[in-house]
Design a protein around this ligand. Structure first.
Ligand code: ADP
Length: 530
């Protein structure tokens, strides 16, 4: 029977002409959802209704007369809970309580009780009414919700703690720049590693597009956007290359960009991890340069051995031919005189060649006598050596100041002497030579390889108004024994500029030439400056 039906039935009873008390008793008896009992003044059960039977499972016959503490857990009985409730009701008129109670079959239910004192005409307590509701399901639901809430709280706390740890970990990492980017590539967070590597602090960079770390040419080629496109397409993009720090200097960055997706698989941004591998890159570059240098040296040595023997054999062959000719006519004084002169010239040339080759091979020793050298002084000494020639050719030399560098003075002497002698030699007009110096940053001159872009150099330019040469030979002239001009007109060994090149190598510097036929030549020397 549903509650509504029962309400109707109770209403019928009420209208049914029985005595009010009778109707009242029937109503109480019939109520199923509440155990409604009468207790005597000591707590013994006086009546039993359907609700009491349904909740506690005892039949009226087996329970009426028993003390109501029978429904309480042994511990509650021991602690005197039933008596306490009675005395509260006695004193205050009412006692309410919720707690686990025991059914007849030993199982528990969560009872919510209300105990009310009943008074006689003189105000004395004649018993108690006790209404009990079974709120087990509610209790279970509440406990479940409370446990769930506690569990969620715990999980939440753990998650927050792990999130905090994770954030702390990322923000403390020093060796890697670990960033979050939004889907367009704008920077969302910044860690210590990023600050360390790129030089920006969080306030000045968060919100900017990550392309600011890329060189202008990389930006022009859309490299940053291409990397994001690759990451969104393939999940990940890897790249290594020169990147720019806040102060404009470069670092070699090795980066991994990873696309981030939400649970629906939609792109929500990117993580970007960058490592500064500048030192590794520089070491690799240096190694590669070293290998290249060794290869070049080997080639140079091969060419050197071949050409040296070839160039030395030429005067030697002449000496042999002229000696043969003299031997055929030893008594002819004119022939002897004529050929002896040629033999002398050839042996002089051999001597010159041997001396130059010796000079060249001696340059391998780079550690000798490095000292602070005032190049003005060295240049003045060279001018003295060439005094007669300069006078003879009526040459003008404009010197606009030279630096003082850590160097090997004898080699600097040799360097200036070779350049000056060439400018005087490869000239048809009255020679005018101009020497200038300026200080430059490596990246501002084409001659300086990228590795040295952040270093400063003294650039000495040595300009003449001589016959010049085709600019396509501007590298070849530094190769040993390479000569561009007619041998019979301009004497030489082809060793001078190779020597200059080696001297610049020994000083961690560079040399290059610019020229145009008939318009003079300029030789640039680059010395490391502090
Ligand atoms: P060389 O003993 O022949 O002068 P170098 O090694 O000094 O040998 O020079 C190599 C070649 O470079 C020269 O043979 C010449 O053809 C060219 N050269 C060098 N300096 C100049 C210059 N100042 N003007 C024009 N050509 C030059």
């Amino acid at each position: 029977m549903g509650n509504e039906d029962k309400d109707v039935e109770i209403a019928n009873h009420l209208q049914g002409g029985k005595t009010t008390e009778e109707r009242y008793r029937r109503m109480v008896d019939e109520v199923q959802d509440y155990a409604i009992l009468l207790l005597d003044e000591k707590g013994h059960i006086q009546n039993w209704n359907r609700g009491a039977e349904a909740i506690k499972l005892y039949a009226a016959a087996e329970i009426v007369g028993k003390h109501f503490s029978i429904f309480y857990l042994p511990d509650d009985q021991k602690s005197g809970l039933p008596e306490r409730l009675l005395s509260t009701a006695r004193l205050e008129g009412r006692a309410v309580h919720e707690g686990w109670r025991i059914r007849k079959d030993g199982t528990r239910f969560w009872g919510s009780i209300s105990l009310t004192a009943l008074h006689g005409d003189n105000g004395e307590i004649i018993g108690f009414s006790k209404v009990t509701r079974d709120l087990t399901e509610k209790k279970i639901a509440e406990d479940y919700l409370r446990d769930l809430a506690a569990e969620l709280q715990l999980k939440n706390d753990a998650l927050r703690a792990s999130e905090e740890r994770y954030h702390a970990m990322i923000s403390e990492v020093q060796d890697y720049a670990i960033l979050l980017l939004d889907t367009d590539g704008h920077i969302i967070n910044w860690n210590k590693g990023a600050e360390h590597i790129k030089g920006y602090c969080a306030e000045e960079i968060v919100g900017q597009h990550f392309k600011v770390f890329y060189s202008q040419s990389d930006q022009d080629e859309m490299l940053p956007h291409q990397l994001l496109a690759t990451a969104s397409l393939r999940g990940r993009a890897l790249h290594e290359g020169w990147r720019i720090k806040k102060n404009g200097t470069r670092f070699w960055g090795s980066i991994v960009i990873t696309a981030l997706h939400n649970s629906m698989g939609e792109l929500i941004g990117f993580s970007k991890v960058t490592r500064d591998l500048t030192q590794k890159k520089e070491a690799e570059d240096q190694l590669q340069e070293h290998v290249l240098m060794l290869e070049r040296r080997n080639e140079e040595l091969d060419r050197f051995a071949y050409t040296a023997s070839h160039d030395l054999q030429e005067p030697l062959r002449k000496i042999q031919v002229y000696t043969d000719l003299i031997q055929q006519q030893p008594d002819n004084p004119d022939i002897v005189k004529q050929y002896l002169e040629k033999i002398m010239l050839s042996s002089q040339r051999m001597g010159e060649l041997v001396r130059s080759i010796l000079d060249y091979s001696r340059l391998a020793n780079t550690q000798s006598n490095i000292e602070e050298t005032d190049f003005n002084k060295t240049f003045a000494e060279v001018l003295q050596d060439f005094e007669l020639l300069i006078q003879k050719q009526n040459a003008t030399i404009h010197l606009n100041g030279l630096p003082t560098c850590h160097s090997i003075p004898s080699q600097i002497h040799q360097l200036f002497a070779n350049l000056l002698s060439n400018s005087l030699k490869y000239s048809e007009a009255v020679p005018v030579i101009e020497v200038n110096t300026d200080k430059i940053l490596g990246k501002d001159d084409v001659a300086i390889p990228p590795l040295y872009h952040d270093s400063y150099y003294y650039r000495i330019s040595f300009r003449d108004n001589g016959i010049g040469f085709d600019s396509s030979f501007s590298e070849l002239i530094f190769v040993i024994f390479q000569r561009l001009h007619a041998r019979h007109k301009y004497t030489g060994t082809g060793i001078g500029l190779a020597l200059c090149k080696k001297i610049m190598d020994n000083h961690n510097g560079f040399i290059r030439a610019e020229s145009e036929v008939g318009k003079g030549s300029t030789f640039f020397l680059y010395f490391p400056a502090s």
